[in-house]
Design a protein around this ligand. Structure first.
Ligand code: IMP
Length: 176
């Protein structure tokens, strides 16, 4: 068991299991995008280790770019609106794969999908290291999912708790 800030966490997915699964996702991408040079769009900060491991295992030609989401209070009915920062690449006509650390309620991904789709890529799919199906409020189609997990807070492998824990080489879960 480890402690981060005030909370205790137990190991949940070890590094070997996690990286073996990520290698499988890379194999699927190799197969699905053969001859198409996909553009990976990784959402910072949380996806940086996942996308590094994924990309190391992809054998076909591919490119990468990084974006951040700026959260601000909107005046519309949705309340919080997130805006993409850093997407300078021309993506119209590209085969895009959005890379996320975790899909929880689905709000972030739904917003992102809408904004990236508006830039007219040829195709768009999502790869997420983790998915919490029970927490999902806005259904989005997730083509590549590392692990579907229960609705408990997790950290490590890029995911943080209040800034800490991103450097942990495996996934930890909040202890009971
Ligand atoms: P969503 O919009 O609710 O799907 O939230 C997605 C974002 O919330 C992720 O990109 C993470 O940054 C963060 N998040 C959701 N669940 C967790 C968790 O269990 N641990 C750490 N961060 C999380």
């Amino acid at each position: 068991m480890i402690q981060i800030h005030d909370k205790h966490f137990d190991i949940f997915i070890d590094q070997e299991t996690l990286e073996a699964r990520i290698a499988k996702l890379a194999e699927q991408i190799d197969h699905d995008y053969a001859g198409r040079c996909p553009l990976l769009i990784a959402v910072l900060n949380g996806s940086f280790l996942f996308v590094a491991e994924l990309m190391k295992n992809i054998r076909i030609d591919c490119e990468i770019t990084f974006i951040r989401l700026n959260s601000y209070e909107g005046t519309g009915t949705t309340g919080k609106v997130k805006q993409i920062l850093g997407l300078s690449e021309e993506i119209s006509g590209r085969d895009v794969v959005i890379i996320e650390d975790i899909v929880d309620t689905g709000h972030t991904m739904a917003e992102l999908l809408g904004q990236v789709t508006a830039k007219k890529p040829r195709s768009i799919e999502i790869a997420t290291m983790l998915h919490k199906p029970e927490a999902t409020r806005i259904p989005v189609t997730l083509k590549y999912v590392g692990f579907a997990i229960e609705n408990k807070f997790v950290l490590g492998y890029g995911l943080d708790y209040d800034g800490l824990g991103r450097n942990l080489p495996c996934i930890y879960q909040l202890a009971e």
